[in-house]
Design a protein around this ligand. Structure first.
Ligand SMILES: [Fe+2]
Ligand SMILES: [Fe+2]
Length: 166
C-alpha cells in the first residue's frame, strides 16, 4: 500500500517538500546575491533572503501547529532550478548575468506561489485557520517578490537591448 494514503499525510508530505524548497531557495539567494553586480538586484536578493529565513520559521510553526515534527522532503522542482542558477552563474557573460539571475528568480517565485496556493487549499479544507494565516504570509511575500524581480528582469533586458543597437 502507498505510504501517503490520506489527505493529511499528503499535506504533511507537501509541507516537507515546501520546507526543503525554502532551504534550497535560501542557498540560491546567497549565491545569487554574491554573483549579482546590479545594486538593485543585489538588494532584492538580500532582502528576500531575510524573508526566506522567516518563511522557514513559519513552516516550522505550521508543523508544530498540526502536532508534527518538521521533517523536510526533497523538492525536486527547486533542485532543478538551483542547477539552472548555477549553470547561469558559470556560463553567462558578466554584463548579462544580472538579467539572467532576475529572470531565473521569476521562475522560482512562480513555483513558490504555486506551492503555497496548493498548501493553503489543503489547510482550508482541514479547517486550520492558524496554518492558513502562516502560509498566507509566505504567499504574499512571494507574490510581492515576483513583481519586483519581474520589474528588474524587464529593466535589465531593456538595458541589454539598448546597448545592442548602439
Ligand atoms: Fe520562499
Ligand atoms: Fe521567494
Amino acid at each position: 500500500m502507498a505510504a501517503i494514503n490520506d489527505g493529511r499525510k499528503l499535506f504533511v508530505h507537501k509541507l516537507g517538500e515546501a520546507l526543503n524548497m525554502e532551504r534550497t531557495v535560501l542557498t540560491m539567494l546567497k549565491s545569487n546575491e554574491q554573483a549579482a553586480t546590479d545594486p538593485e538586484v543585489k538588494r532584492l536578493f538580500s532582502h528576500h533572503r531575510d524573508e526566506t529565513e522567516g518563511q522557514i520559521r513559519n513552516l516550522e510553526q505550521v508543523f508544530s501547529s498540526i502536532g508534527e515534527k518538521a521533517a523536510g522532503h526533497t523538492c525536486y522542482g527547486m533542485e532543478g532550478m538551483k542547477k539552472e542558477g548555477q549553470d547561469a552563474i558559470e556560463k553567462v557573460a558578466p554584463e548579462l548575468l544580472d538579467g539572467a539571475l532576475a529572470e531565473g528568480a521569476t521562475h522560482v517565485e512562480h513555483y513558490e506561489i504555486a506551492t503555497y496556493n496548493g498548501l493553503i487549499t489543503h489547510a482550508e479544507t482541514m479547517g486550520q485557520q492558524d496554518v492558513v494565516a502562516l502560509l498566507q504570509e509566505n504567499l504574499e511575500q512571494e507574490q510581492h517578490t515576483l513583481q519586483e524581480v519581474e520589474r528588474s528582469a524587464q529593466r535589465l533586458a531593456q538595458r541589454v537591448a539598448s546597448r545592442a543597437v548602439r
